[in-house]
Design a protein around this ligand. Sequence first.
Ligand SMILES: C[S@@+](CC[C@H](N)C(=O)[O-])C[C@H]1O[C@@H](n2cnc3c(N)ncnc32)[C@H](O)[C@@H]1O
Length: 219
Amino acid sequence: MSRDGAGPPRAELEQYATDLFVREDPLLAELRAEMESRDLPMIQVPARTGLLLSILVRACGARRILEVGTLGGYSALWMASSLPPEGRLLTLEQSPDHAELAREFIHRAGRSEHMEVRVGNADELLPGVEDEGKWDVVFIDADKERYGSYLKQAERLLRPGGLLLADNVFWQGRILEETGEADESTKALQEFNRALAGHASFDATILPVGDGVALGVRR
Ligand SMILES: C[S@@+](CC[C@H](N)C(=O)[O-])C[C@H]1O[C@@H](n2cnc3c(N)ncnc32)[C@H](O)[C@@H]1O
């Protein structure tokens, strides 16, 4: 067994796991290329995180997934690949341009009937989503400053046993910065991680995949 500092670097181990397990759908590779050609920010989850999300969706038998932060629909399409035929995914996105691309690729994937991209500020849209019933999975991947607010909403929206997922909780290492020196996004993520770690409604941890994925099971 390797001890801290004694084994190969984590990046090499992640690459090993990626090479062995990750098979990206060619449509998703096309989506990445299209995002690049339209000058969209290339801040979608890496493929290994996409695979992790899709496996977690399958593991909990999810039928209803809510995503906060669509971008071009890359993570949404990974997760939807594990939904049963009658499953539903709702994803919230404030940028009409991002939403348009996501809808285009959702259509090309033949999933328009089951996947909805709703345009607007997630903080304003989420209270309305509460009227649509409970969700099996909530995936948070939008503005980092609002992660704490999304956590509060997710607590209300998830069914018991449902999964809370949130990307970027390592924030490329900046999560370790002293709070006094950290910027607003970093501080918000530090606060989010602390809140989740001590949360009475979640059994939670961080999976060290990609940029860190928070995982909480709703009690
Ligand atoms: C990191 S990207 C999402 C990546 C996507 N989940 C993926 O992996 O393919 C974050 C997205 O959240 C959107 N966003 C940021 N703040 C938002 C807000 N308050 N409400 C809704 N969407 C927001 C941004 O426009 C951006 O498209």
